[in-house]
Unconditional design. Sequence first.
Lengths: 315, 455
Amino acid sequence: MTKNDFIWNRKNLIGLRELSREEIEHILDTAKGFENISTRSIKKAPTLRGKVVVNLFFEDSTRTRNSFTLAANRLSADVIEFTEKVSSTSKGETLLDTAKNLEAMGIDIVVIRHSAGGAPKFLSRNINACVVNAGDGYCEHPTQALLDTYTIRKIKGSLEGLKIAIVGDIAHSRVARSDIYAMTKLGAKVILVGPPTLMPAQVNQLPVQVSYSLDAVIGEVDVINMLRIQFERMGQNPFPSIKEYSHYFGLTVERMKKAKKDILVMHPGPINRGVEIESEVADGKNSVILEQVTNGLAVRMAVLFLVNQAAMIKE
Amino acid sequence: MAKNLIIKNGRVIDPANNIDKKSDVLIVDGKIADISPQIHSGGSEPRSSGSGSKDDMVIDARGKLVLPGLIDIHVHFREPGDEEEETIASGSMAAVAGGFTSVVCMPNTDPPIDDATSVEYIHRMGRQTRKTHVYVMGTITKDRAGEQLSDIGFMAQAGAVGFTDDGTGVQNASLMLRAMKYASMFKNIVLSQHCQDNSLAGSGVMNAGFNSTALGLPGIDPLAEEMMIWRDIQLVRKTNMLYHVQHVSTAKSVELIRQAKKDCLPITCEVAPHHLLLTDDDCRDYDTNYKVNPPLRTAKDIEALKQAIREGVIDALASDHAPHLKSEKELEFLAAPFGIASIECALGLYIKALIEPKIIDWPQLVSIMSEKPAKIIGVDKGTLGIGKQADVTIIDPNLEYIVDVEKFHSKSKNCPYNDWKLKGKVEYTIVGGEIRFSGLAPAPVAGVQSRGSQP
């Protein structure tokens, strides 16, 4: 599957919008090679020995952060956790200051999560180290989409021709955006499902279909990705109540009866049981939520490996 | 007192008097004394070769345009409060370098210009600087808080040329109606609005559209602007108050204003250069120099604005010069402040947007950069009429230059046009008969003709 003549030459992974199908497939193929490290008795490869990876997380995250830390550890890199609160004004230490400080310490790879869309790109313009986006505002979350597509590909063989529903708060979801780019580039048909108040501006210009009815699409999709409802956005009152949202867009046992028998149920986590997904469905036989987490590790190892390799070639 | 000044052989364009011809301009005692072919130095005596009158200065404007001083009715000079970004002194220097003989400072300073003392302070600083004429608008509401009316009468008496809460619009319709009703008892007061409904604009940082979706940034729906314009038009309908829409940016806004003008309402509007040259596509690299409010819109909006300019629906071009420090702009797009500093290259930008593609001709451009802006703020300027104060801008319309923000006189360099190639270099900016800026070095001195003349 690996194309021998393909050379990965990006030292940053900012988003999937700018990646070609070939590049995305190359990451997934590379991840496949890393998958079995986790099942060995000695769970380490020397690939990034002597390299320093910084986890620069300005937003709370458990699984993505741990996943990146573990991925870097498995590749024998040294990992620094950066947790300082950084000012978003010019009066305190800015993101640029932080970046320059890190640079001065001689780090090799920065894994950044930030609440502002574009922060990883901003960082990559200002430092020489590799930059890997671990989620920026509601712009992109490339490694999440890579592990989503990796999981689907592993089970279904290919994304070509599959119908995939992404359900929930599309407007404020970086996962949705990255998923849309990755999945459509790999040949899947994506249907966005949610209330109009949670659809982004000019959503029709994305290569997707939009539906306001989960009931209308549940029967025809091969994969359903349930996005987490973010309670902190409830202040904007995008829908009247959690109860009403669950009624129209929750993945319930009842709804699952109308789904294809082999539908894959996905969720980027952490799940709100009983809100966007019923416990029985989250824990049910169609759920691949925990496999997603497992695969995330291989995908992130691949990404760290590839950006580092590109940086070394550039040197 | 200024010496006599003769500007020779230029193409003199004065739309207010329907003049567009090759002519000389004589300035005596800071006023326009004569416009006719072949004015000689030394009074009425023909010049004898080799000895110019000691009392006259002569500028050779062959191949140049001689225009009534340009007027920018929308600038932010940040004083008082943010003097690290700009001062009235640095902004005024930038203004004359850009060819502007008059500017109108917006009152969203810290503290805001909301009383007569503050108005007088701005005037005094402007006079001390002795560059461009510095006018100021006062706020509509106290502390720009959108709650209570400012001292509109006192500020008008002190010389404020209009009122606005610029930076934000007056959100409360009842308050805006009251402001219009109250201000209507004074003569020729214009209320000027930054039209944006905050409830619709939310926390947006760029135009709401496909680009904001792709960039994952909160958008400002064009409706936010259009709703407030629509609302205010209804208030004007009721009060017949002079009303000005600042930095119009959307096609629909233009349509609303066009219709209001057809209905003979006393409404004027302005357009900023960035809304004629840049679109939200330019935000795609998260370059904060493209973060501006109202946000950059789309190519369709630009077309509508240009069409409106062609039809005369737009009354003024205004730079909305909004300086910010590099350190403030070197932030995440979400966190950086709004604004573009452009007063020094604004003229070149308008030429690029409007003259080069032949949207309008020179007299039309001069009209909306001088004559009509003067009318909006109610000052006796914007013309080269005999007896008027001699505010004159002389430009070379064809001379190309490359924008270099490092050479800006402005304290701030937040300008997306760096390295752009523009035409229309300012050669002289003359304010009240005094040369306050010369793009040529050295400036001409008494008794000696400028370059190109016989010794």
